[in-house]
Design a protein around this ligand. Structure first.
Ligand SMILES: [Zn+2]
Ligand SMILES: [Zn+2]
Length: 466
């Protein structure tokens, strides 16, 4: 149905949540580039990049299926409207899976030479990203084969905030039931250690905007671990503490591995790692998050430590000794290299995906960064951001591309469930059979698919925790 800007401003569009809508407006990008798959649509021409409407109801946050060029005239788009409630970036409506409305391209008056060249390079890029992969064989997905793969492995999500555990004050969301439906055996359920210092910007980047008060993140960590364990109790989730209890999770129903996204709760003290191990049953520690902490540098801020700090190296050794999985997600390549040199156990990089060319301050990684993890015997979890993968099929192809780079023993899944600030193409554990089926359809055999869905993580967990 056709939507008017007055419908948005007056809140009448709330009733259309989930509906397919068509709307005309101006593309207002967050950053300078020729084409954008993430931008705001606004009712009037905007004056400059970064000059965004103050009224969240007077614009639409758009996630487009394919990148669109900015134009000197309004554009008509079709997509699925989503109403946002308490959105961390402050926006009120999203248009997802957006594309040009029928007839819109023709009204452009023909493509310019530059557009044609751009189109040609996009076609070439599309061809490159869909070209047969070396390991790809004939698709042979039998009926129920996907379910069988899941039954034969221990399906594990390497990175999750399911249940809304990081939205303090919010009611818990169901965890056990969708896990059961999809056959997800265990999830690394992560508290977030630096939340009080973080801010979600208008373009959904997360940045640390202040330093913590003395002791603030220690107290915050205790509360956050407490909320995580309260969720486990209310959802009757088993808590995995060793390799045997992880193996048992396959038959006994949904379980969690207590995880921390950021080691900021240590506040520089190794004794607090013991406390987390014993009091909260922490078994998976991600060293850094969006704040440059005492352990090392992060991918999304300029380096200040030249990688892993001496304290960070001490924490890695202590995790090895105590039986805690070390996760280097969010850490810089320099951090990863030193962590790989220090650790005696395989490293995890729980949520990311592969890029071919360097990009400033990206959370995604280059092939050498991925190989540094694999060289420790570790595993990289592929992150289902809609800004990296437009649909679940593309996500599964992204998994395959990482397999091409590091081998099938070193790739897993890391959904970041209920932790993303952008839409996810894997946002419900009940979808796990679709992902398993996608792997089979791409030509992975059942054994390979099982490794990716959790077998590889289980191997690292057993080696690290025992
Ligand atoms: Zn993260
Ligand atoms: Zn996360």
């Amino acid at each position: 149905m056709s939507l008017d800007w007055n419908d948005l401003a007056a809140g009448r569009a709330d009733a259309l949540d989930g509906s397919l809508v068509e709307i005309a407006g101006w593309i207002a990008p967050f950053a300078p580039a020729e084409r954008h798959d993430y931008f705001l649509l606004v009712p009037e021409p905007f004056c400059c990049i970064g000059c965004l409407p103050a009224d969240a109801g007077a614009c639409l946050e758009v996630f487009a299926c394919t990148p669109l060029a900015t134009r000197s005239r309004p554009v008509r788009l079709v997509g699925r409207l989503r109403r946002l409630i308490d959105d961390p970036a402050g926006w009120r409506y999203q248009l997802r899976d957006a594309r040009l409305a029928a007839g819109e391209a023709e009204r452009d008056g023909g493509l310019s030479r530059r557009d044609l060249m751009m189109t040609a390079s996009l076609v070439a890029l599309a061809a490159a990203t869909t070209a047969p992969l070396p390991w790809r064989r004939a698709a042979a997905a039998e009926p129920d084969a996907a379910r069988q793969v899941i039954a034969d492995t221990i399906a594990i999500d390497m990175h999750s905030h399911a249940g809304r555990i990081i939205r303090r004050g919010d009611r818990f969301a169901p965890v056990a039931e969708p896990m059961r439906r999809g056959g997800m055996a265990a999830i690394c359920l992560a508290m977030v250690a630096d939340s009080p210092t973080l801010h979600v910007m208008a373009d959904r980047r997360i940045v640390a905007t202040r330093n913590p008060q003395p002791g603030e993140l220690v107290a915050w960590g205790r509360g956050a671990f407490g909320r995580l364990l309260a969720l486990a109790e209310s959802e009757r989730l088993g808590i995995v503490t060793d390799a045997a209890s992880l193996q048992a999770a396959r038959g006994k129903g949904p379980a969690i591995i207590v995880a921390a996204e950021g080691a900021d709760f240590l506040d520089g003290s190794l004794e607090r790692l013991d406390e987390a191990l014993h009091s909260y049953r922490l078994r998976h520690l991600q060293l850094t998050h969006y704040r440059v902490n005492e352990l090392g540098d992060i991918q999304t801020a300029p380096a200040v430590h030249n990688g892993l700090t001496d304290f960070g190296a001490e924490v890695v050794r202590a995790c090895n000794r105590l039986g805690i999985v070390v996760d280097v997600a969010h850490g810089t390549y320099e951090l990863v290299k030193r962590a790989a040199a220090v650790t005696t156990k395989p490293l995890i990089l729980s949520h990311t995906s592969l890029i071919a060319e360097p990009r400033a301050l990206t959370r995604l990684i280059l092939p050498d960064h991925a190989r540094a993890i694999a060289a420790t015997g570790g595993v990289i979890g592929i992150w289902p951001l809609s800004t990296a993968f437009h649909n679940q099929r593309a996500y599964v192809e992204g998994i395959a591309r990482m397999v091409d780079t590091v081998g099938v023993d070193h790739v897993g899944i890391g959904t970041d469930m209920l932790g993303l600030t952008v839409p996810s193409v894997f946002d419900d554990y009940a979808d796990l059979p679709d992902v398993a089926g996608g792997l089979l359809a791409l030509g992975f055999n059942r054994d390979e698919a099982g490794k990716i869905l959790g077998g590889n993580y289980a191997r690292v967990f057993a080696a690290s925790v025992g």
